[in-house]
Design a protein. Structure first.
Length: 166
């Protein structure tokens, strides 16, 4: 009888510890690239298992959207751009009307920022500069906070169509 009771206690203890372990672990790690090209990682804890967060993003404070990392794909539009080919980079939408991005163009890493146009929350302009002297300017329009398109012009005359997001 005593063995059966201690076995029940051991099973209950294992179940309680298993539930505690799964509800107390986990977080999101979000990389953000600043204007200097430095990458910072922010952590956002996951909500306890079985709960539904009040905001769309788990762990985000109410009313404060979390930055979102997007892919930027630039497709050549003229002969100068065709010589380099497709270019990819990352954009971090800060969800405040501002964004930061980074891409490799030839041997130069360009780092810059994007800003939404006043009065039109979907349209924006972006600029970036590389230590090797290359620079670019873009105009874009966002369809959603995570997807958009536009045009980019580089200092060497290369022109690209840019697609942001998925």
């Amino acid at each position: 009888m005593k063995t059966h009771r201690s076995m029940k206690t051991a099973v209950r203890t294992a179940i309680v510890l298993g539930i505690a372990a799964t509800t107390l672990t986990g977080c999101y790690v979000v990389p953000v690239v600043d204007a200097d090209g430095q990458q910072t990682y922010y952590t956002y804890p996951l909500p306890p298992a079985g709960t539904v967060p009040s905001s769309a993003t788990p762990g985000a404070p109410r009313g404060a959207p979390m930055p979102t990392a997007l892919t930027a794909r630039l497709y050549p539009e003229n002969d100068i751009a065709t010589a380099t080919g497709m270019v990819t980079g990352t954009v971090t939408n800060m969800m405040t009307g501002k964004g930061r991005f980074q891409l490799q163009y030839g041997n130069d890493v360009l780092v810059g920022e994007a800003t939404r146009v006043s009065g039109d929350e979907r349209r924006g302009i972006a600029s970036a500069y590389g230590a090797g002297g290359t620079y670019m300017s873009c105009e874009y329009q966002m369809n959603t906070p995570r997807q958009g398109a536009g045009t980019c012009l580089f200092s060497n005359g290369a022109k690209y169509t840019v697609h942001l997001g998925m």
